[in-house]
Ligand binder design. Structure first.
Ligand code: GLV
Ligand code: MN
Ligand code: MN
Length: 399
């Protein structure tokens, strides 16, 4: 029997990022593929039957693959320079929970599967939860096939190179029917669990969130020969747009808006850029308010761009409505974990995408600082262990 801490320890060197710090485990890169292999081996050591579906989701079955199974799992990909726990904690806890259930002599009344979803972070192809979106039909299949990574490779080509047939990616009602209930354990990504008291919470909802691309066009030119008065520099407009994003969101209670990625084209120290692409992540509990926020940001961006002699366009790349987890399933989980607080989250998860189709719920494990998407993300060993035990208790109660 393996503890969740030992399982996490066994992958602690996979995908370390010497430049950014933390881990960079983008989908279908060597570290993420190594982690998939690790998962397959761990599942097989436990006697689970492993299969990959046509969207690249890995399923490890305890019992025959059957409709209505109890499914738990998370993801193994990361943001660039991410922490050790976002994703892998849920996968390692699921494996540890299987060990606990077996050591308790639990005889499952229905099949149990541990799943690993690809591209949860959207850090390579830009759309978060790509695996669960494809599975559920939450993304147009052609749009998904044509998503490109930073090097211009399409998702279709990369998927094909990794054994998926891009003609067959997309909604999979048979695979979805296998999920009777879905429970995802995840590191908490805020400070919702204090230093004292329970280390595990039950999830209630996920904030509506989306991603937009702003492209600011200007006049590419020479940094030395172009007089300051003669410039149409999209970088100068982009800098002001970043501030406008912050200021617009700050005026809207409960809104969050971030520009975490910005690419000047062509990107040279002595080159005035001809274009700057900015990616905007915006979130709010009310989808109508998010729409107004984006309109206000785009209005401000147009004004700023015009003031610099530039143009700007806005494209929505993905959107997920606010999700409330299944009340009956969450209530049952609350009964199985007496005293566990109930927490909402501002982070997106595959459980949120699945929630529109099958009863879904989440458990969160304490992260004392609340820091996540950063190398400083942290879970104490004893809290990780408590999380695996809580997951085992929940699975045992639901099986
Ligand atoms: C995923 O972690 C997200 O919330 O973007
Ligand atoms: Mn994340
Ligand atoms: Mn995650």
């Amino acid at each position: 029997m393996e503890t969740v801490n030992r399982l996490l320890d066994s992958i602690k060197d996979v995908g370390r990022d010497a430049v950014r710090g933390g881990y960079s485990r983008a989908v279908y890169t060597t570290p993420e593929l190594d982690l998939r292999q690790w998962f397959i081996e761990q599942a097989q050591q436990r006697g689970l039957d492993v299969e990959a579906d046509r969207n690249g989701i890995t399923w490890a079955w305890w019992g025959k693959p059957r409709d209505g199974a109890l499914v738990t799992g998370s993801h193994l990909d990361s943001v660039p320079g991410g922490g050790a726990f976002d994703g892998p904690l849920g996968v390692a806890s699921a494996l540890a929970a299987v060990d606990l259930l077996k050591s308790r002599g639990v005889e499952p009344r229905r099949s149990l599967a541990v799943t690993v979803f690809p591209e949860e972070e959207g850090s390579r192809f830009g759309v978060a939860c790509l695996g669960s979106r494809l599975l559920t039909g939450a993304i147009d299949v052609d749009k998904a096939r044509n998503l490109r990574d930073a090097d211009g490779n399409t998702f279709a080509d990369v998927a094909q190179a990794n054994g998926l047939d891009p003609r067959h990616v997309g909604p999979d009602t048979a695979a979805l029917a296998r999920i009777g209930d879905f429970v995802e354990l995840h590191v908490e990504q805020g400070r919702g669990l204090g230093d004292q008291g329970p280390a595990i919470a039950v999830g209630s909802s996920i904030l509506g969130h989306g991603r937009w691309k702003l492209s600011v066009g200007g006049q590419g030119n020479h940094a030395g020969t172009t007089l300051m008065a003669d410039r149409a520099d999209p970088m100068v407009a982009a800098a002001q747009i970043v501030v406008a994003v912050r200021d617009t969101a700050a005026k809207q209670p409960d809104a969050r808006a971030t520009v975490g990625r910005l690419t000047p084209v062509p990107g040279g120290t002595n080159v005035i850029a001809s274009r700057v692409d900015l990616w905007l992540d915006a979130r709010h509990p009310d989808d109508a308010v998010t729409a107004q926020l984006i309109e206000a940001i785009y209005g401000a961006a147009r004004e700023i761009a015009a003031g610099e002699g530039c143009t700007v366009s806005l494209t929505e790349e993905s959107y997920s409505n606010t999700v409330h987890f299944d009340p009956a399933l969450s209530r049952r989980i609350g009964e199985l974990l007496p005293g566990a607080p109930v927490l909402a989250t501002g982070a997106g998860h595959d459980a949120g995408v699945l929630a529109g189709h099958v009863p879904s719920a989440m458990l969160f494990v304490r992260n004392p600082s609340g820091i996540s998407h950063s190398p400083e993300e942290y879970v104490a060993d004893e809290d990780a262990s408590a999380g695996a035990v809580a997951l085992a208790d929940v699975l045992e109660g639901l099986l």
